[in-house]
Design a binder for this molecule. Structure first.
Ligand code: KIV
Ligand code: NA
Length: 265
């Protein structure tokens, strides 16, 4: 088997084959996820919480992301690797390019992901025209925690839904190659996915997206914090970690995950 590329992901969208994505923060989990058939691995800035024990993703540095991305890349052969840009590492398009350079060259990521809709369109264009594959991240944006005060489902109500549809379109038009939707009502996520030519990956975004992503420690029931509605514990009934991850991949492929109880309406 050869490594997964962006064109494979686009082909999967067109063929209606679901893309199974999962976070990883080290080489051992990365290799296990590779063996279990995961298509896309994300070095998420959730590492601030699940690895560093912080109460948000805000304290994560570019150095942290480089360190973990490099470790994950070392464990991967087949999956496509996305690395998150941490808080305030992409505040200008020039800073974003510097950060992307480090994440791709030192961290060996194949794509960078960052939060924000319309206001990031110029940055997306700046990066994508210079050869940096970009994944946009809209819906719930965890890096805004101190601004928002708390987290909830995004895009409820007509105005918010229209704004998110517009954000998605602007990011795609700016050259984003992938889009991530977090905590979005299933019907809105379905509409965004139908309108997009690029693959749309969801977390808490219902079944009608092109792929799913979850945090590895959440699906193994290791993370002691509050469990969001969309989390399923795959260790329940699993013989070992690798078969739990394999069950996750299978459940994404056959659409048995997410079930209605994992979704927002
Ligand atoms: O940081 C992260 O792990 C993420 C996923 C939850 C999508 O952004
Ligand atoms: Na993230």
């Amino acid at each position: 088997e050869r490594p997964v590329t962006l064109s494979d992901l686009t082909r999967m969208k067109q063929a209606g084959e679901k893309i199974a994505c999962l976070t990883a923060y080290d080489a051992s989990f990365a290799a296990l996820e590779d063996r279990a058939g995961v298509d896309v691995v994300l070095v998420g800035d959730t590492l601030g919480m699940v690895f560093q024990g912080a109460d948000s993703t805000v304290p994560v540095s570019v150095d942290d992301m480089v360190y973990h991305s490099r470790a994950v890349a070392a464990g991967l052969y087949r999956p496509f690797l996305i690395t998150d840009m941490p808080f305030l590492s992409y505040a200008t398009k020039h800073q974003a390019l510097d950060t992307a350079k480090r994440l791709m060259q030192e961290g060996r990521g194949q794509m960078v992901k960052f939060e924000g809709g319309e206001i990031q369109a110029e940055t997306v264009e700046h990066l994508s025209t210079r050869g940096v594959p970009v994944c946009g991240h809209i819906g719930l944006q965890p890096q805004l925690v101190h601004k928002l005060g708390s987290f909830s489902v995004q895009g409820r109500g007509d105005a918010a839904a229209q704004a998110m549809l517009r954000d998605a379109r602007l990011l795609e038009d700016a050259g984003a190659d992938l889009l991530l939707l977090e905590c979005v009502p299933s019907s809105l996520a379905a509409e965004i996915t139908a309108n997009a030519k690029i693959p749309v990956i969801g977390i808490g975004a219902g079944p009608d997206v092109d792929g799913q992503i979850l945090v590895i420690y959440d699906i193994l029931g290791i993370w002691p914090g509050r469990k969001p509605r969309f989390v399923r514990d795959y260790m329940q009934g699993a013989a070992d970690i690798e078969s739990a991850v394999r069950t996750y991949v299978d459940s994404v492929r056959d659409c048995s995950y997410p079930a209605p109880k994992h979704c927002f309406s």
